[in-house]
Design a protein around this ligand. Structure first.
Ligand code: M6R
Length: 612
């Protein structure tokens, strides 16, 4: 968690840092701060959002042309002004921002205290900057050398940027397990947790690798060294990200913008990967390793949160069409339980951000055990994308709202293409079914546009149930993971307690909760289990629960039974999640807005979970 940004150049640093922090606020937003170097260090820190920090900045112009900034998601020490970053060395000479966790900070702190250091915050980060200071003054070291020596003794995860008031043109950054990108422009350097604060200034970037230290000194070339001090060749990449893509474009919230983008993002994910007329599917990642993939005995999907839900749909799709056994694992569980994984397994890691610590650890574990790792990732150049042997980008564009929406539908789209492609190659799917499904998939973007036209009705339903304190989501088959996803969306942004269940499981416990106060969202589209789900609806009604049903267009039977309904166009049963999830996203969105919640930045959450 946490977002870091740094600038050194000819312009005033402060506005650049503040703009960068706003772009990174999705990574954490409990406090923020900047340190500016103008002869000496000027540091401003504030609990709350970046706008709270802006409010305490002096009115007169801050002319410093070098500085660092941070937006925090607390791990060590509560969110307050003191624990906010940047943290300063004891002599006030150094300032440091950090994303990650220094695991052995307690022992380093104890030793430093014995040697006379005093600390003002409860953070692991302050320990690190004091440690660097001590090494620097004892050895009369250049900043980068003191940083390098300190990091040799640090355990844990970090992306850091450090500045030194006695080396006024220099930014030193380093990374291990937390992301850090360096932007290179003609007369300036940038560091940031991702490229979004950088792209409005330059499209030339270097993604630091684990164990690398970058020294950016004005007037000189960027230098990257390993912790072992060996200089690295610069791998400068050109980004094609468009700044328009990450701005709100007239919407009140990123979440609504991202929900509305889905017809386009799904189409973008399909582009060049399937063709209904010609009847083909293609994923470069699958082609690249086709020999190995054709002989896999099992697929393991590792992911967290919403990406785990799309993984569950992936399991249903791949088993149905390609007849390969699939296991879906919470990455956080997989990594800690000595799982049986080997060279005959394909591990699919699904992640929007490509930075989720548990998913990354699962990727590394799977690689160690000899499995082939396929990354399904949205953020281009992210750590999981680079750590995987092969993979496919979602091409959904930046997802800023903490609640994942468009990434989910893009993940399901890619998993459907993968399942169809594998099924065709393995001969487990008839030609007719293969062609029918490809054509149905191609129709999804236009069908989804029709779902999105029903916003007024969805808003009305949201108004009717906004005061609920609990909610139940039920679905069967391909729509069971959609029930889980609907419940997650509601609880994370509106703080209403919600549970998702396979509809048939309701009578094994949750039915006891149903009364007149319990809204029950049922995904009841046409398909194999239609009659069963109609019976489940009857069971809820008999206990006076309020039914909100997602139904197939024109289904008069459920219209009569439900208290409220939202229609979605008819598609192949296996593809219904791509349509049925969207009304649930919108319902959660409107309910959260009506309850006055901060939709894009819900409490206690962060977009990118880079801690374990
Ligand atoms: O970036 P990732 O897809 O790896 O993130 C996984 C989860 O942290 C994420 O899906 C989280 O559950 C979202 N807040 C859900 O909306």
């Amino acid at each position: 968690m946490c977002g870091i940004v740094a600038y050194s150049g000819k312009k005033a640093a402060c506005p650049i840092l503040i703009e960068g922090l706003k772009r990174l606020e999705y990574r954490g937003y409990d406090s923020s701060g900047v340190s500016l170097l103008n002869g000496s260090l000027q540091t401003f820190k504030k609990k709350g959002k970046v706008k709270d920090l802006e409010n305490i900045l002096p009115k007169e112009e801050l002319t410093a042309t070098l500085g660092i900034g941070h937006t925090r998601w607390a791990t060590h020490g509560e969110p307050n002004d003191v624990n906010a970053h940047p943290h300063l060395s004891g002599n006030g000479r150094l300032a440091l921002v950090h994303n990650g966790i220094i695991e052995n900070y307690a022992s380093i702190k104890e030793a430093l205290i014995k040697r006379g250091h005093t600390f003002s915050s409860e953070t692991d980060t302050e320990v690190l900057v004091h440690y660097i200071e001590e090494l620097q003054s004892e050895g009369k070291l250049a900043l980068e050398e003191a940083v390098r020596q300190a990091l040799l003794h640090v355990e844990g995860a970090y992306a850091i940027v450090v500045i030194d008031s006695q080396e006024p043109n220099k930014l030193v950054g380093a990374k291990k397990q937390s992301p850090l990108v360096v932007g290179i422009a003609e007369d300036s350097f940038y560091f940031a947790s991702d490229a979004t604060p950088i792209i409005s200034h330059t499209n030339k970037v270097v993604y630091l690798k684990d164990g690398e230290i970058a020294v950016a000194e004005l007037g000189k070339e960027l230098v990257i060294r390993q912790l072992s001090n060996i200089e690295q060749k610069l791998d400068v990449q050109e980004l094609s990200l468009d700044i328009q893509q990450i701005e709100k474009g007239g919407y009140e919230h990123y979440m609504l913008k991202e929900i509305d983008e889905q017809p386009k993002t799904i189409a973008d994910g399909m582009r060049g990967r399937l063709n209904g007329k010609e009847g083909w599917t293609r994923l470069d990642g699958l082609e690249e390793y086709s020999n190995r993939i054709s002989s896999v005995k099992r697929i393991i999907i590792a992911a967290c949160g919403t990406s785990w839900h799309s993984g569950l749909i992936g399991e249903y799709l791949i088993e149905e069409f390609a007849r390969i056994p699939v296991e879906v694992e919470y990455a956080s569980e997989l990594r800690y339980r000595n799982p049986i994984i080997g060279k005959d397994d394909l591990v699919i890691a699904i992640s929007q951000s490509g930075e989720t610590a548990d998913t990354l650890a699962a990727v590394n574990l799977a690689k160690e055990k000899g499995a082939l790792v396929y990354g399904l990732v949205n953020a281009v150049g992210s750590t999981i994308a680079r750590a995987s042997h092969c993979g496919s980008y979602l091409h959904a564009g930046p997802e800023i709202g903490v609640a994942s929406t468009k990434a989910f539908t893009s993940q399901v789209t890619l998993l459907a293409i993968m399942a169809l492609n594998l099924g065709m190659k393995r001969g487990t799917l008839s030609n007719t079914t293969y062609h029918r499904l490809i054509s149905a998939l191609e129709q999804i973007p236009s069908q989804l546009s029709k779902v999105l036209e029903q916003k007024e009705q969805i808003k009305y339903i949201a108004g009717e149930i906004k005061s609920a304190t609990n909610a139940l989501y039920l679905g069967r088959g391909f729509n069971f993971p959609v029930a889980l996803e609907g419940a997650l969306k509601l609880k994370e942004i509106s703080y209403i307690h919600a549970e998702g269940y396979p509809a048939a499981e309701m009578k094994h416990g949750p039915i006891a909760l149903i009364d007149i106060y319990m809204p029950v969202f049922v995904i009841a589209t046409k398909g194999g289990s239609y009659d069963k789900i109609v019976s489940n609806i009857q069971e809820v009604k008999a206990r006076k629960g309020k039914i909100i049903a997602i139904i197939t267009e024109g289904d008069e039977t459920i219209k009569d039974l439900a208290d409220y309904y939202i229609e979605i166009p008819l598609t192949e049963e296996a593809l219904t999640p791509l349509l049925s999830v969207v009304p649930l996203q919108l319902l959660s969105y409107y309910i959260a807005v009506m309850r006055g919640c901060n939709v894009d930045q819900p409490r206690n959450l962060a977009k990118s979970v880079t801690v374990e």
